[in-house]
Design a protein around this ligand. Sequence first.
Ligand code: VGL
Length: 186
Amino acid sequence: MKNRALFIVDVQNDFLPGGALAVPRGDEVIPVINELQKRFEWIFASKDWHPAATVHFDKWPVHCVRGTKGAAFPDELHVRRIEKVFLKGTGNTDDGYSAFEATNDDLVFRLKSLGVTQLFVSGLATDYCVKATAIDAVRHGFDTFVVRDAVRAVNVHPGDEAEAFAEMEAAGVYIIDFDQVPNHDL
Ligand code: VGL
């Protein structure tokens, strides 16, 4: 079972209700992700980690500026077992939607050297960073699962969430429910 890893995308204060770029009901993923962690030996996460000035903020409200409270994990998220946090969106010309664009470490190398072949993706937001991360994971050869109960969408336009799930499925991502994630006693 060591070939499976849980990946937590961008569960950061600014993406939660009250945050600078709040994902509706984004906080609901936290207890689900905390529970999911019990089923995995390897847990990784990403953070949006922007400089104060970036072209990304021409498209979005200022959010997740590196080192700020908004970029931190919420207190409720269990973080003790996260092996490594991958930082993305760190330049001033990139959006950094995919965790595979992280600049502090090589995500593909890290996963492959541990023998991880299956990636279970959770977090925020379904229609941006979860989608980009899951599709990149398929491209890099991982069996990729998105846990529906453990993700929420921004839905800038109504229907974005459904479209994101359809795009991911078309790319070869398996969309599964929490109950379908294999259990594994630690
Ligand atoms: C995200 C919009 C802008 C995300 C990041 O984490 O999904 N969405 N920046």
